[in-house]
Design a protein around this ligand. Structure first.
Ligand SMILES: [Fe+2]
Ligand SMILES: [Fe+2]
Length: 340
């Protein structure tokens, strides 16, 4: 079934007749005692809230997250936002659709970004730290494949294919600049490992073949501890391979790398079991925070449809943002395109 109608083109009063991927699905009971369905439908161009008021019982158990459903209905405006009211839903088989039409496209060049990462590794001087980075990024095909595809989060920041790698390369570039700025106060190689590994556990913490969600391991263990487990495993592998490192991996180096990963959320209440206790850990934490916030705010401004200079309320940051000229121009272009 060819998809010709995409979320980004839906306007108020449009008739909807197209397949979409179900990103979220929940059933609730209305004031009249009848069940209704709240859905978030998506395709490669965006997401739209959807309500189903009729025949809900017949869809339960079939219309679930990750299903592809053909939707017939109409688009309306509800509290300033687009909403689809679906009148008929039909679940499709995967071989009936082109799955790439439903997953967010990445504008990023994963191979190019990965090469930038390897170029950073090639500049490292410490033989232990460098061997550890190589063991993770050069010798392990599964990790390479996952790092090229993983998003950095389910929502909020870098929440798209290859977002994690974009985040890591961006952070490492800033860490490189800071190590030049502060000179010998900072251990550049250690900082790099903090940039590389702080979120590496996310490649298994999240599932991202379809709709991004947490895996069981992600829910039960989390990416900080998973990162430390990976570091442990790779150090043991290096120590068992003669000639890879000049001797046993020094204990202080091992502890510092793990500390950078465990402390990168900065505070106990943000999920770090340790607060930063060396300067490199503090720097990695602050640069990680900076990069994720800049990305989250930029993406929010880019997607905001509110006319004028100010965005709608951003609930994560609890504030409105002032839109720069580039965002206004983009919005204007999109509006003229959809009117023509
Ligand atoms: Fe993190
Ligand atoms: Fe991060």
């Amino acid at each position: 079934m060819k998809k010709s109608q995409f979320v980004k083109d839906l306007k108020e009063k449009d008739l909807v007749s197209s397949p979409f991927l179900v990103k979220f699905c929940a059933t609730a009971v209305g004031k009249n005692g009848k069940p209704y369905m709240n859905l978030i439908l998506m395709d490669k161009s965006g997401e739209v809230e959807t309500r189903v008021w009729e025949d809900v019982a017949s869809y339960m158990g079939q219309v679930v997250r990750d299903a592809i459903v053909h939707v017939e209905g109409r688009c309306q405006s509800y509290q300033g936002r687009r909403q689809v009211v679906a009148e008929r839903l039909q679940v499709l088989r995967e071989d009936e659709v082109e799955i790439k039409d439903y997953l967010p496209e990445s504008h990023l060049d994963a191979d190019g970004l990965y090469q930038q990462l390897l170029d950073f590794v090639a500049t490292m001087k410490d033989p232990f730290y460098r061997a550890l980075a190589e063991a993770v990024f050069k010798d392990d095909a599964e990790i390479t494949d996952r790092v090229k595809r993983a998003p950095a989060a389910k929502s909020i920041h870098h929440a798209y294919k290859t977002g994690l790698l974009e985040h890591v390369v961006s952070i490492t570039g800033m860490l490189d600049g800071l190590s030049r700025h502060y000179g010998e106060i900072l251990d550049r190689d250690l900082l790099f490992l903090g940039g590389f590994f702080h979120d590496i556990g996310k490649i298994w913490e999240l599932a991202y073949d379809r709709v991004t969600d947490y895996t069981d391991e992600g829910k039960l263990i989390g990416h900080l501890v998973m990162g430390v487990e990976l570091i442990d495993r790779k150090i043991r592998e290096l120590e068992s391979q003669p000639g890879r490192i000049p001797g046993a991996f020094p204990t202080d180096k091992k502890l510092l790398v793990k500390h950078l990963v465990l402390a990168h959320h900065g505070k106990l209440e943000y999920g770090s079991p340790k607060e930063p206790q060396c300067v490199e850990a503090l720097v990695v934490h602050m640069i990680d925070d900076l990069d994720s916030k800049v990305n989250a705010i930029t993406k929010f401004i880019e997607q905001d449809q509110t006319p004028g200079r100010w965005t709608a309320l951003n609930r994560n940051f609890e504030r409105f943002f002032y839109k720069p000229d580039w965002a206004l121009e983009k919005l204007l272009k999109a509006q003229t395109k959809s009117e023509s």
